[in-house]
Structure formats: C-alpha cells, structure tokens
Design a binder for this molecule. Structure first.
Ligand SMILES: [Zn+2]
Length: 114
C-alpha cells in the first residue's frame, strides 16, 4: 500500500464521496480502485489493433474475412495494417492467415477504431 496525493475538483470529490458512501461503506480508496478497474476493462487489453487499410487488387478469387462474400480476380479488397494499442478487440498476436476485407467491412472496422 502506498499513499498517493491527488488534486480533484469539487464535483469529482462529491461524486467520489457519493460512490464511496453508496457502494464501499465510505471507503474512497476502494471506490477509486473499482473505478480504475472498470476503466481498464472498458479500454481493453494491449495488443494489435487495426490502424488502417491498404487497397489490394486481388489476382485470384478471394473472400472477405468478415462477411465471407466472394470476390473475383481484379476486384479491390482492403488489407488491414496493424499497430500496438489498447482495445477490447485487440489481437494478442499478428494474424498468420491472409486477411482481406471488402470495402463495406473495412469501413465498418475503421469506424469502430475511430
Ligand atoms: Zn465484407
């Protein structure tokens, strides 16, 4: 255990007191710990997240990773580019399989990470 010194505005202090009184028998340390744990689970775990997409003109038939629609040679699909980051969807390791998304699915994924 270690004592930390915080500066909080009056509104936050009242909210902390209210939560501590209501759920943690007035123990503000327990309320702060619960709040931080809730925040950590909401932010997700560290891993690989989609940073963007690169368009790829496929030379053979290929299917979308997400919706499994089949696309013909010459059509444009989108290959995800990964970076390290936090998300509830973060991958523990980089995918080994070929991963291509159709434009609809790539846009939906990009919007989730925006
Ligand atoms: Zn798709």
């Amino acid at each position: 255990m270690k004592r930390l010194n915080f500066t909080l505005d009056e509104q936050t202090i009242q909210l902390l007191k209210q939560i501590a009184d209501q759920y943690y028998h007035g123990n503000k340390s327990h309320a702060v710990r619960a709040a931080i744990e809730a925040l950590a689970s909401q932010l997700g775990h560290e891993g690989w997240v989609v940073a963007g997409f690169v368009p790829v003109s496929v030379d053979t038939g290929a299917k979308c990773h997400t919706c499994h629609r089949q696309f013909r040679a010459g059509e444009t699909l989108y290959r995800p580019v990964f970076r390290r980051g936090r998300s509830h969807k973060a991958l523990p390791q980089l995918p080994r399989e070929q991963w291509l998304e159709c434009s609809d699915c790539a846009q939906a994924i990009a919007a989730e990470y925006a």
